[in-house]
Design a protein around this ligand. Structure first.
Ligand SMILES: CC(C)(COP(=O)(O)OP(=O)(O)OC[C@H]1O[C@@H](n2cnc3c(N)ncnc32)[C@H](O)[C@@H]1OP(=O)(O)O)[C@@H](O)C(=O)NCCC(=O)NCCS
Length: 170
């Protein structure tokens, strides 16, 4: 069974190790700026301590049968007037395609609507990220903007890739 666990304190060492292994996996971070950094226990602890202090972020562990399999976050809460931004990662590649990304987003949308009383959720994705577009579509997000953006795709500096902004009205 899939559950989201709202983080209020530092995760365990074992979980941190798992998390950084996902962040250092080029397949997982293929469409994220995170792929340009080497992630370590120290850098990840620093990142998470900062997040835990932020009033505008809610970060959740995605757990399947109590096993830590991914992370999902609502950010810019109370910064975007009546909405927030969503970002997500199912780090366990062998569990992709089983509906967990879609389900995690759905649970988070309910949290945004019923616990935070927000009206809109935004997601910005790279247009090549088909899986990400699919999980947004399955949660009835709609495309509101496409931007041609200079994007360092696969470490090259000459690619122009569309970035797509999606919105979901709650
Ligand atoms: C995006 C992500 C969260 C999806 O997680 P997931 O658990 O595999 O998602 P789901 O199983 O709910 O749905 C995936 C959908 O993409 C589809 N898909 C996967 N690869 C595909 C491909 N190459 N072409 C077309 N569709 C594809 C699946 O078939 C499925 O759609 P369906 O249910 O209609 O068959 C996961 O791929 C991930 O964490 N990626 C790395 C991090 C990332 O890119 N995050 C988003 C940043 S914006």
């Amino acid at each position: 069974m899939l559950k989201l666990h709202l983080l209020k304190k530092m995760v365990t060492y074992k979980e941190l190790k798992k998390w950084i292994s996902w962040l250092n996996d080029k397949n997982i971070t293929e469409f994220s700026e995170k792929r340009f950094k080497k992630h370590t226990i120290t850098s990840q602890k620093k990142f998470l301590f900062k997040k835990l202090k932020e009033k505008s972020s809610y970060i959740f562990q995605v757990k399947f049968n109590s096993q830590f399999i991914g992370v999902i976050e609502l950010s810019s809460v109370h910064i975007l007037s009546d909405g927030c931004e969503i970002s997500y990662m199912i780090g366990e590649k062998n569990l992709h395609g089983r509906g967990f990304g879609t389900e995690a987003i759905k649970i988070c949308l309910d949290f945004a609507r019923y616990k935070l009383n927000l009206k809109k959720v935004y997601a910005g994705i790279n247009s090549k990220n088909i899986q990400s577009e699919r999980v947004l579509r399955k949660n009835f997000f709609r495309k509101i903007n496409i931007k041609n953006q200079y994007y360092r795709f696969k470490l090259k500096h000459d690619d122009i890739i569309n970035s797509i902004l999606f919105q979901k009205k709650l």
